[in-house]
Design a protein around this ligand. Structure first.
Ligand code: PLP
Length: 362
């Protein structure tokens, strides 16, 4: 603590990211990274960049990357905003589109960065409890349709892994017309219907809703958490607002190497699909084993599962796994303190996890 801290800094409770231990040979299942590498084309693209050019600033608009993203999703580049990881994109969204007189709404159990941005930017928020099955109930949000400054949740939700059908989200877009709805699709590639198609209109932009923003990241399914690239898709007017915030904060959020690597990743959809299929197969096997051991696991549409054992405290299992060199995520939080969030690793890592759990659960 220092007397030079501003009152705002004094009162912050920062987000605590899952640890990145320096110890080698750990089975690291705590931050939903991909156990597989990114597309080999990413490394090739980065390696072929002219390093002499690094003395120059990168393209502040990342136009080639926006073009590649627009092409992949059948959108106009004006519907694309890119940032240094989707966390930065989310930060600009909170400040630029969700800070209004009425509170922003999000679930009580969700990505724990949302309340941190609210605190940083002085945004009022209201949490809406998930139901007993950890489901988002759209009618709870519709009841507050005229009484919110914005709505945000991940689909599938984190850390539960549960997904909503697109038709449910469409109801919200159609009826919550006085504020922006942000769908954080960090885990969409593991088997959830994306809302991006709602932004597409073959005949032009007439049908693109002006109140929907979809956020993606290259950190999870494209295995590039270390490159720091995320993006938002939506109506050009929403994107223009985000550009205003970005250009008032940092004009060059993505370096040349990140832009080159991201383009190659976006263009290799086949690699993404092959890796996502491997994760889904491992996930199904893990769900069965956990079931045999008496765990109660939330149905997952993500590259992690959310599970609890009725006879063992979450903290106990977390510690016991840690002693065996296996790191999972435990949240010391109301309603979920007995749950563990476990990233779907490769088959070898998941085998080690299952062996450890078989020892523990007797
Ligand atoms: C991992 C994650 C992000 C952040 O991803 P980055 O692009 O690495 O910043 C955003 N939202 C959710 C729900 C996540 O789980």
């Amino acid at each position: 603590m220092s007397r030079f801290w501003s009152p705002l800094v004094h009162n912050l409770t920062p987000y605590v990211p899952g640890e990145q231990p320096k110890i080698e040979r750990l089975v690291k299942l705590n931050t939903n990274e991909s156990p597989y590498g990114p597309s080999p084309k990413v490394l090739a693209a980065i390696a072929s960049e002219n390093t002499e050019q690094l003395r120059l600033y990168p393209d502040p608009d990342a136009s080639a990357l926006k073009q590649a993203i627009a092409q992949l999703h059948g959108l106009d580049p004006k519907q694309v905003f890119v940032g240094n990881g989707s966390d930065e994109v989310l930060a600009h969204i909170f400040l630029g589109l969700l800070k209004h007189d009425q509170p922003v709404l999000f679930p009580d159990i969700t990505y724990s960065f949302y309340p941190v941005y609210c605190q940083l930017y002085g945004i009022e928020s209201k949490t809406i409890p998930l139901n007993a099955n950890f489901e988002i109930h759209i009618d709870d949000y519709l009841k507050l349709a005229k009484k919110n400054g914005g709505i945000i949740f991940p689909n599938p939700n984190a850390p539960t892994g549960r997904a909503l059908l697109r038709a449910e989200i469409e109801r919200l877009i159609q009826q919550n017309t006085d504020s922006v709805l942000v769908i954080d699709e960090a885990y969409v590639d593991y088997g959830t219907e994306s809302c991006v198609s709602l932004l597409r209109d073959e005949a032009g932009m007439a049908a693109c809703p002006n109140n929907l923003l979809v956020v993606h990241t290259l950190s999870k399914s494209r295995a590039l958490a270390g490159l720091r690239v995320g993006f938002a898709l939506g109506h050009p007017d929403l994107i223009a607002g985000l550009e205003r915030v970005k250009n008032s904060f940092n004009s060059y959020p993505l370096g040349k190497l990140a832009q080159a690597g991201a383009i190659a990743a976006i263009e290799d959809q086949a690699h993404l699909e092959a890796m996502a299929n491997k994760v889904k197969a491992t996930r199904a096997g893990l769900m069965d084993k956990l079931n045999e051991l008496g765990f109660e696991t939330v149905p997952s549409s993500a590259n992690f599962i959310f599970t609890r054992h009725p006879k063992y405290a979450g903290e106990k299992i977390y510690q016991a796994l840690r002693e065996r060199g296996i790191i999972v995520r435990h949240f010391n939080k109301n309603r979920i303190q007995d749950h563990l969030r476990i990233t779907i690793g490769n088959d070898e890592q998941i085998k080690a996890l299952i062996l450890a759990l078989q020892e523990l659960i007797t």
